[in-house]
Design a protein around this ligand. Sequence first.
Ligand SMILES: NC(=O)c1ccc[n+]([C@@H]2O[C@H](COP(=O)([O-])OP(=O)(O)OC[C@H]3O[C@@H](n4cnc5c(N)ncnc54)[C@H](OP(=O)(O)O)[C@@H]3O)[C@@H](O)[C@H]2O)c1
Length: 254
Amino acid sequence: MDNALGAPQTILLLGGTSEIGLAIVTRLVGPHTRAVTLACRDRGTGEQAAAALTLTCPDARIILSEFDATAHDRHQELIDQAASEMGDLDLVILAVGQLGDQTALECDPVAAAALWDTNATGAVSLGLATAARLRAQAHGTLVVLSSVAGERVRRSNFIYGSSKAAMDAFSQGLADSLIGTGARVLIVRPGFVHTRMTAGMKPAPLAATSEAVAEAVAKGLRSGSRTIWVPGPLRFVFMVLRHLPGPIWRRLPL
Ligand SMILES: NC(=O)c1ccc[n+]([C@@H]2O[C@H](COP(=O)([O-])OP(=O)(O)OC[C@H]3O[C@@H](n4cnc5c(N)ncnc54)[C@H](OP(=O)(O)O)[C@@H]3O)[C@@H](O)[C@H]2O)c1
């Protein structure tokens, strides 16, 4: 259960090596933190992340667990295992994602479907498994890292963008399904964030850092928001972009 000041005592990070996910965890941990589980695909990279987190938060138990977002039949077990090791899950952060190479993916239907399997279908099984646990506890928050890329899908990255659109739409429905249960979902829609996912790419306007996303998430958790955009003005930019006629939208250098 969140402590008296509303700070989570237990955190599960799905995508335990994600730069944005780790920035959020680092922003939220403190003396109130009992335990953090980093659920990672690769144990070696996870161990490095766990070591860094131990320095930030020496009194908390840092647990590593292995998982793959495409192993849908293992996700309920993963969530239940984290709860049995840490106690109630106060905060679960879904930070799994792959950007992929759009040009290569357009020529490789199997790889494109695999990316969707991670970003979209993986979010469905992880989201439902988490919601079942939070509903049973009658408290807890699932933070979902969506993206503005799903708000209006661009020709230049429509495979990633459409997978984020699907996971965003699913998360909105999941949030509705939890109303009145004590549990909730916070949907985060960042624009371009400087992480290894975007390394070497030309930053888009209003580019942000992982720390800025983490700060916005901390504020969103405090205020009980359902959806946040990072940075905030992207909400208004996309209010306009969403309604542009197709011929104009397609000519924009996005
Ligand atoms: N960076 C941006 O500009 C940006 C903008 C908007 C939204 N987002 C979203 O924010 C989230 C975090 O992104 P990030 O920038 O922090 O990127 P990141 O550092 O590359 O993190 C992505 C995470 O997903 C994990 N992952 C990928 N495929 C997986 C699979 N099949 N099973 C389990 N884990 C898997 C990666 O694990 P490995 O270490 O094993 O690869 C890594 O932990 C993603 O959902 C992304 O779509 C990012």
